[in-house]
Design a protein around this ligand. Sequence first.
Ligand SMILES: [Zn+2]
Ligand SMILES: [Zn+2]
Length: 163
Amino acid sequence: MMDWLWTLVLMIAAFLGMEVFAWYAHKYIMHGWGWGWHKSHHETTDGVFEKNDLYVVVFSLVVVGMFAVGDLYWEPLMAIASGITLYGVVYSLFHDGLVHRRWPMRWQPKSGYLKRLVQAHRIHHAVRTREGAVSFGFLYAPGVKKLKKRLKQQQPSGAQHDR
Ligand SMILES: [Zn+2]
Ligand SMILES: [Zn+2]
């Protein structure tokens, strides 16, 4: 059996590491060669699901694989997989729930850090194209003023409205 403290440390490290990973994946994969799937998330869709949800499917399969391998060969991997799962749950609540209203919850943060997080992701969605977007993180976001300024610097005037 692994020491519980060691398990906890690994879980937290994996959770925090996921935010860094998600930032890179969002900026360089989803807004890079993976744009084909992610594009649907920057457009208005009618259905319940969008092509972008395939990323969730792929990441879930990877985590299931990590649990299986961890169970068989290396226990710490299960703690890491748990941290990633926890990140997935929080991400889903914040990103899909608070920002995109895909969960049936009414509460909307009116102040504080959560409001900033929601606004930061809305600014990410101000750009509908692969290039020129800002704010790629999900749990950490710089202040809104900073993001708006960066958005302006990156956008030639009017480019936000082009596809
Ligand atoms: Zn995006
Ligand atoms: Zn989004």
